[in-house]
Design a protein around this ligand. Structure first.
Ligand code: CTP
Length: 153
């Protein structure tokens, strides 16, 4: 655990993470920092960003910030190497195969939800492509939803 907190010297991986990252906040930054530590100095952290249309279909509401606004902010975060569009929308396999990651990293909140179903892949597909899934601790209780609630109040 201590090693992963600091990063593993000489270790490099291609890390994929995805989401909407609307109103980017401290929880997102901590997720990105985890991704960087797993990727290592010479690895790659790729963020697949959901389109506005996909978010609307999924949540029945558009994100506060447009895709281009979210992309501009996320692209400027130092732990991130590349931001791409989640072209597959409901089926993330298409986007993941473009990245060919060693690992998909997501926040621990997903451990109690069906992440495989949400991403439209299963264990066979992950095995076939030799992709691991890592749930990282959610170290802050912040969320886009909470920020929106605060603003409304
Ligand atoms: N995430 C995290 N820690 C937080 C908030 C989010 O690690 N405090 C992670 C999620 O687990 C996910 C990624 O950030 O892997 C993108 O989540 P997203 O849904 O875009 O952010 P939320 O703040 O959770 O947005 P919402 O409240 O709309 O669900």
């Amino acid at each position: 655990m201590q090693r992963i907190k600091k990063g593993i010297p000489g270790f490099s991986m291609i890390v994929y993470t995805g989401g909407t990252f609307d109103i980017p906040h401290t929880g997102h930054m901590e997720l990105f920092d985890y991704c960087r530590r797993y990727a290592g100095k010479h690895g790659k952290v790729v963020v697949a960003l959901n389109t506005d249309e996909f978010v609307f279909r999924f949540k029945k509401v558009y994100p506060i910030m447009t895709y281009e606004e979210r992309k501009k902010i996320i692209s400027n975060i130092k732990s991130i190497d590349k931001v791409i569009v989640n072209i597959g929308n409901e089926d993330s396999k298409k986007t993941i195969l473009k990245v060919k990651p060693d690992v998909v990293i997501i926040g621990m909140d997903w451990i109690e939800r069906d992440y495989c179903k949400q991403m439209n892949f299963n264990a066979n597909w992950l095995n076939k492509h030799k992709i691991a899934v890592i749930y990282v601790p959610r170290t802050t209780n912040n969320s886009t939803t909470k920020i929106k609630e605060k603003i409304r109040a």
